[in-house]
Design a protein around this ligand. Structure first.
Ligand code: AMP
Length: 113
């Protein structure tokens, strides 16, 4: 069987982390290594290794992840100043945890790319 992802371990309370948002399908935590003042991860409870592994049945789930990100941006008061949403995918994309997650980054002026 595939090894558990760090996010599955957090969800199972095998690794300590404060869960800042949770519903039936999605949870959110603060990134342990933030790249900006606000850096949250929005994570589906269902393990999907990469964006390449999404199937048609995941469409609603991914839409919900973006909705949760939007709500958290408002909660953390960065909705008006602005923020960035990122899915890193595979090695060149900088993915290190193979359980899809949406980075919500903001709270300061981010470098353009
Ligand atoms: P990525 O590089 O896109 O796969 O993002 C994985 C993210 O998970 C990185 O930004 C890490 O800092 C973050 N991360 C890894 N382990 C933990 C943890 N235990 N708690 C919170 N964030 C973590």
């Amino acid at each position: 069987m595939e090894e558990k992802s760090v996010f599955e371990m957090i969800l199972n309370k095998e690794i300590e982390s404060e869960i800042i948002y949770e519903d039936d399908d999605i949870f959110s935590i603060q990134d342990i290594n933030p790249v900006a003042r606000i850096h949250l991860l929005i994570i589906p409870k269902k393990r999907i290794n990469t964006i390449n592994n999404l199937s048609d049945e995941d469409t609603l789930l991914v839409g919900k992840m973006i909705q949760v990100a939007k709500d958290l941006a408002k909660k953390y008061e960065i909705d008006q100043s602005g923020y960035r949403l990122i899915f890193n995918t595979n090695d060149d994309g900088g993915q290190t945890v193979y359980h899809i997650h949406l980075h919500l980054i903001g709270g300061e002026k981010l470098k353009a790319f």
